[in-house]
Design a protein around this ligand. Structure first.
Ligand code: ATP
Length: 270
């Protein structure tokens, strides 16, 4: 249904405070926040507000979170859909879904459209994909390009899209006036993992002051999503053991469990 697809929320609850690390990416999207908050200031001198930016990086690194935070900071509505929805749910109606989405976003402008997993619809045209009809996907992609080209300079809708496969995307998407900015969202380094732990420990009742540096050192290669999982898992482990608060050992057990899960996932891939 429409409501599910467009998932429109003025999600003022998500802000840059919820996004740990990613200083470079936050700085880049800050500019987009400024455009959305005050579009007239920028267009009055004849400037054109960018139409789109591509958030590029591995899974679970906070691309969706960052896009929501842009909407939250600018206090504008957030319209989102996932490329994989088109492959799995909207067979035959992809192009009209895209048209509807842009219409809704324009009606509520200034606003943000977020397209997760854009590679599912944005793969280079003319290459085979294994999911459904290629014509269908191409029609959807073409509609997306048409919508972005159709924006006037004062439409005040900014389209953010996320992918972990920028290399497979149709080059037409990256042309000027479309997703002509790329923002990199990488796996967190030690310092960033510490900051992510800090965010996700906020709601957790711990039995001691946890050494964040220690936790960050136990989790090399973890994404923000993995760290969020560790914190949640630790709380569940402690609850299962009837504890009143979460201990350092619960966190270590949670890390082991997540590492186990990651290893299994990698085994299936290789
Ligand atoms: P995917 O490519 O799999 O869609 P993504 O990059 O969009 O992933 P998110 O969905 O934004 O990742 O991240 C999932 C969850 O992980 C977030 O809701 C948040 O709880 C946590 N998370 C990820 N990165 C960060 C971060 N930098 N700071 C705080 N939390 C984070």
């Amino acid at each position: 249904s429409k409501a599910k697809l467009f998932d429109e929320k003025s999600d003022t609850r998500t802000s840059f405070k919820d996004v740990a690390g990613l200083e470079g990416a936050k700085e880049e999207v800050q500019e987009i926040v400024e455009f959305l908050k005050n579009p007239d200031k920028y267009t009055s001198l004849g400037g054109k507000i960018p139409k789109g930016a591509l958030l590029v990086g591995p899974p679970g690194t906070g691309k969706t979170l960052l896009a929501k935070a842009v909407a939250g900071e600018a206090k504008v509505p957030f319209f989102s859909l996932s490329g994989s929805d088109f492959v799995e749910m909207f067979v035959g109606v992809g192009a009209s879904r895209v048209r509807d989405l842009f219409k809704q976003a324009k009606d509520k402008a200034p606003s943000i459209i977020f397209i997760d997993e854009i590679d599912a619809i944005g793969r280079a045209r003319g290459k085979n994909n294994f999911t459904g009809s290629n014509d269908e996907r191409e029609n959807t992609l073409n509609q997306l390009l048409t919508e972005m080209d159709g924006f006037g300079t004062n439409t005040n809708v900014i389209v953010l899209a996320a992918t972990n496969r920028a290399d497979v995307l149709d080059k037409a998407l990256m042309r000027a006036g479309r997703f002509d900015r790329q923002i990199y969202v990488d796996l967190p380094d030690l310092k960033e993992r510490k900051a992510i732990f800090e965010v996700h420990l906020r709601p957790i009742k711990t039995s001691e002051t946890l050494d964040l540096d220690f936790l960050a050192r136990q989790t090399p290669g973890f994404s923000g999503a993995d760290i969020a999982n560790v914190c949640n898992e630790a709380a569940l482990i402690a609850a299962r053991k009837e504890r009143k608060s979460v201990t350092r050992q619960d966190f270590l057990d949670a890390v082991d469990r997540i590492v186990g899960g990651l290893e299994k996932k990698n085994k299936i891939i290789t």
